[in-house]
Design a protein around this ligand. Structure first.
Ligand SMILES: Cc1cc2nc3c(=O)[nH]c(=O)nc-3n(C[C@H](O)[C@H](O)[C@H](O)COP(=O)(O)OP(=O)(O)OC[C@H]3O[C@@H](n4cnc5c(N)ncnc54)[C@H](O)[C@@H]3O)c2cc1C
Length: 414
């Protein structure tokens, strides 16, 4: 087999772009293949009515150790270091300060049981107080954080993220998606609209089947989401069954966003936040006038995101407007116009929000990250032991996989 490339990176999201950056100066010939018409994957800024809207990642989590901050600043992007308004209920609307204290206590008690009284099941729902009056609220939080109900979550996995988070959250006004898509080095060859259909093992590396033909490579880095990994869209050799099983234990949660434009005189002040209904596990989390813009960003997770994706955009906009009208008064209906909505769970080549581990399965992130036979390497947010579900975790995984490729292709002298 003649090899066309030293490295083929499959998938141009944050992980694939990070791998490309790391390989750019290595001297190894590198091709990045991306199934869709654009790079960025779950990092996607759209421009609607003059507003930059992040349909996917928006917050630079653990910002004080997030590599995208340095990349942003080195490339001339502004980083807004103000902390987020989440966690605050504007003027206690629909959520009295007494109830906020009670729900905080319920969260702290649940979290305390995770730490000290770890259920054998490793299932986060087993640490709920039976019949607890804030259980719906905790389920909504789980939806935002993990994209799934507590019944589906591994405690060990949840705690790994929680312990590693520095709780600093910053933003890029131009959009996190804009930053990530702008960060692919021009020296790396790019094939857009080129879905990989199969990967086969060959004596001298791998062959990669695409609609445009076969590409031979010494090594490949697979960065696709866990949904894509298991849905059969890419034919994989049986030797990779352990990786496929690992991906199946790390499903993508449901996470969707919806944006409303604010028109006319309204009571919406800049940089404020409300939960629609703190007792409803499906409720939206509304970030009002981010950066002072006349926009509301609604975030749905778990059950709420599922309903949004299934009932369609019109029902989703109506639901968000009703939740806001219940808090700010019926008149605000006149101030709100639909702008944009995501549908990650049904998007080809993505298939969901971000990964969580099923109970008992936290360790399989390491299985998914393991290289195979010095020629296949794995990256993507789900492969990160504690920064999974983020764009910086995806970045770090891409750098790690690129380093593994370089070590495999150029073994160090004895
Ligand atoms: C609603 C939402 C909000 C979020 N908010 C935040 C946030 O505030 N902060 C944060 O850090 N993270 C957030 N995230 C998570 C973050 O966006 C992801 O963790 C990260 O972008 C994943 O990057 P990745 O490279 O691992 O995967 P992806 O972005 O999924 O990249 C994989 C790429 O592979 C491509 N691909 C798939 N199949 C093929 C194929 N057959 N051939 C070639 N290419 C293929 C895909 O098109 C895609 O471009 C959010 C995600 C969502 C959905």
């Amino acid at each position: 087999m003649s090899t066309d490339w030293d490295v083929v990176i499959i998938g141009g999201g944050a992980a694939g772009i990070a791998a490309a950056r790391q390989l750019a100066a290595s001297g190894l010939s590198t091709l990045l293949l991306e199934a869709s018409q654009r790079i960025g994957g779950r990092a996607h800024t759209v421009h609607v009515a003059g507003h930059a809207l992040d349909l996917g990642c928006g917050w630079l989590h653990s910002a004080d150790r997030n590599p995208w901050v340095g990349i942003a600043e080195a490339s001339g992007f502004t980083v807004d270091r103000r902390g987020p308004a989440w966690g605050q209920q504007y003027r206690d609307l629909g959520f009295s300060s007494k109830d906020q204290d009670a729900s905080d206590e319920a969260y702290a008690a649940w979290h305390g049981r995770l730490m000290s009284d770890l259920p054998h099941s490793d299932c986060a729902a087993d640490a709920l107080e039976p019949g607890g009056m804030w259980n719906g609220h905790l389920q909504a939080m789980s939806g935002y954080i993990s994209g799934a109900g507590l019944e589906q979550l591994s405690i060990a996995d949840y705690l790994a993220y929680d312990r590693a988070s520095t709780r600093r959250n910053w933003r890029v006004p131009a959009g996190y998606g804009t930053l990530i898509a702008a960060s692919l080095p021009p020296s790396v060859a790019l094939g857009l609209a080129t879905p990989v259909e199969a990967i086969n093992l060959e004596a001298a590396g791998v062959s990669i089947a695409t609609r445009a033909g076969r590409i031979n490579a010494r090594t490949a880095i697979l960065t696709v989401s866990t949904t894509v990994f298991v849905d059969g869209a890419i034919g994989l050799p049986p030797e990779l069954d352990d990786w496929r099983h690992a991906a199946a234990s790390l499903p993508l949660g449901r996470n969707e966003k919806l944006f409303l434009e604010i028109v006319g005189n309204s009571p919406f002040e800049p940089e404020i936040h409300v939960l629609g209904n703190p007792r409803n596990p499906r409720t939206g989390s509304y970030y009002i006038r981010p950066f002072g813009r006349p926009v509301i960003e609604a975030f749905f997770g778990g059950e709420g995101a599922e309903v949004l994706a299934e009932d369609g955009p019109a029902a989703g906009f109506a639901y968000a407007i009703e939740e806001l009208a219940a808090l700010f008064g019926a008149d605000v209906r006149r101030n709100l116009r639909p702008l944009a909505v995501s549908n990650w769970s049904r998007m080809d080549h993505i298939g969901g929000g971000y990964s969580y581990a099923l109970p008992g399965q936290a360790a399989v992130r390491d299985t998914l990250a393991r290289p195979f036979d010095g020629r296949l390497f794995f990256a993507g947010e789900a492969t990160h032991r504690h920064d999974f579900s983020t764009a910086h975790g995806a970045y770090q995984s891409g750098v790690r996989a690129a380093d593994e490729v370089m070590a495999a292709v150029r073994p160090s002298a004895p």
